[in-house]
Write a protein that binds this ligand. Structure first.
Ligand code: GDG
Length: 462
């Protein structure tokens, strides 16, 4: 299909690696947040279809759903492996999550990353109208604005990084970091989750790239570009998640879960199966809780939902094996004929059911080693029963910890501290639970996904 350029009034054009098509269940944070934003405002969503085809397609698949148009392309096996499994997920993801030990740097993967970004730029330039606002998302597409500028695109282009950004001292561990990271200056606005991430970006440009800071807070590069970097903490659709939690009773599956608990307190974790989420450390901390508190045996159940992701990357297959072993080991040590301490589930579920599961749980256990924000933490809080809310145990290294300060904040690597926090959460009196929950809910109601999106887009529109 040939694609005519769009010449109408200003639209929102969202670009991300994966596009959550209307018929698909999205299990990623980006997809949930962007999907909600686009549905509300309308516009175009461009990216990879998720299909690996014989050839990287020159054809763009287009479909309309309500106010959103979806335009996607397929990738060849080679492009997928080098760009997605390779440079994006074996080089950038571990680096951005403070794991230089896991960084696998390979020039072939970098070439694939640039090839796919060029392909995105080629296809996208004919879809963009002269007044459109372009919003590029995440680490897969760092050089996209620079490549669009090379092709003459003068629109305002914003970038949002959904991961953390480590300090310059770590970023420079990436071979040829300048060639890649300095292309960020081609955006007009760069959004990050927290002030700490924003500072890291500024430091990188000031001390590694020779940029200067203008009076108005813009960074000015040696190449003559100027851009802004700001923190925009992403939110959730608080009202909808609360409504889903409130309707938990309508689902047979929630009744089944409640019945199966036989009055035991539920601890819940929900995470993509990813080494950044701190799952082995979490399992150890739960085991430590059982070890130090025999009184809790048979009184508590830990449900960990972990839909697999990125199965093409060896580290992901390895963590899956490690968790199976660990869950088996803990259950082997502590299980009784009528009690299984850990229920470890590798499936994904419809969002409304997840909210019901969260609401059933006395404790939400969210302990990533590093996380840009972590929407599960926010969803757990929003889905609680205001009269009898559960307690959030949250890693200090999730962006969400900067806002949800009334959670029990822990260092996920400190097994003893997490075990203590679990015990405290399980025994916390109702008035304290209510007070902490109310304060967190106030933040979530004010800073929801609509406020996030509006703040970013208003700033971008300048
Ligand atoms: C990245 C950053 C940042 C999970 N399981 C199922 C399911 N989910 C949904 C959750 C939540 C989302 O996926 C996960 O979001 P997180 O923020 O927790 O984590 P990442 O996927 O790593 O997201 C992160 C985020 O982007 C946004 O910027 O916060 O730091 O890493 O919404 O509910 N959804 C469904 N079934 C599942 O089984 N339907």
């Amino acid at each position: 299909m040939t694609v005519a350029s769009h010449a109408g009034p200003s639209r929102l054009v969202v670009v991300s690696n994966r596009v959550a098509l209307p018929e698909q269940t999205a299990t990623g944070g980006l997809a949930s947040a962007i999907g909600a934003a686009l549905q509300e405002r309308g516009g175009l969503w461009f990216g990879w279809s998720g299909e690996v085809a014989r050839q990287t397609a020159s054809e763009v698949h287009r479909q309309q759903d309500g106010r959103v148009e979806y335009a996607t392309i397929d990738l060849s096996r080679r492009d997928h492996d080098d760009f997605y499994d390779g440079f994006a997920n074996r080089t950038l993801w571990p680096l951005l999550h403070y794991r230089p030990d896991l960084v696998d740097y390979n020039r072939k993967h970098l070439a694939g990353y640039l090839r796919v970004n060029n392909l995105f730029a080629d296809q996208l330039m004919s879809l963009i109208g002269p007044h459109d606002l372009v919003w590029v998302n995440d680490y897969h597409l760092i050089p996209l604005a620079a490549l669009l500028r090379e092709r003459g695109v003068g629109n305002r282009i914003g970038f949002f990084l959904h991961t953390p950004l480590p300090a310059a001292g770590l970023l420079i561990a990436l071979p040829r970091h300048g060639e890649l990271l300095e292309t960020l200056a081609s955006y007009d606005l760069i959004g990050l989750h927290t002030p700490r991430d924003r500072r890291a970006l500024e430091e990188y440009f000031l001390y590694e790239a020779g940029a200067t800071m203008r009076h108005d807070g813009r960074l000015h590069t040696r190449g003559g570009r100027s851009f802004r970097a700001e923190a925009f903490p992403i939110g959730i659709d608080t009202r909808q998640v609360a409504a889903e939690g409130n309707r938990a009773d309508e689902h047979e599956e929630i009744h089944q879960l409640r019945q199966s608990l036989e009055g035991r307190a539920l601890i819940i974790g929900v995470d993509r199966l990813d080494y950044s989420k701190g799952l082995p450390e979490r399992f150890h901390a739960y085991a430590r809780l059982l070890e130090r508190s025999p009184a809790l045996h048979r009184k508590v159940t830990f449900l960990q939902i972990a839909p697999p992701s990125r199965g093409g990357v060896p580290e992901y297959r390895q963590i899956r094996r490690e968790l199976e072993r660990s869950a088996g080991h803990i259950n082997g040590l502590y299980a009784a004929p009528d009690w299984v301490p850990i229920r470890y589930v590798n499936n994904s579920f419809p969002h409304a059911l997840l909210s019901g599961y969260y609401r059933t749980a006395r404790v939400g256990l969210v302990t990533p080693l590093r996380d840009g924000m972590n929407l599960v933490a926010k969803e757990y809080v929003a889905s609680q029963d205001p009269e009898d809310p559960g307690v959030l145990v949250l890693s200090r290294f999730a962006g969400a910890a900067q806002e949800l300060t009334e959670a029990l904040l822990v260092n996920p690597a400190d097994t003893e501290e997490v075990a203590e926090a679990l015990e405290r959460a399980l025994t916390m009196p109702l008035p304290e639970r209510r007070e902490r929950w109310r304060r967190m809910m106030d933040v979530l109601e004010k800073q929801d996904v609509t406020a996030w999106r509006n703040a970013f887009l208003q700033r971008l529109a300048g």
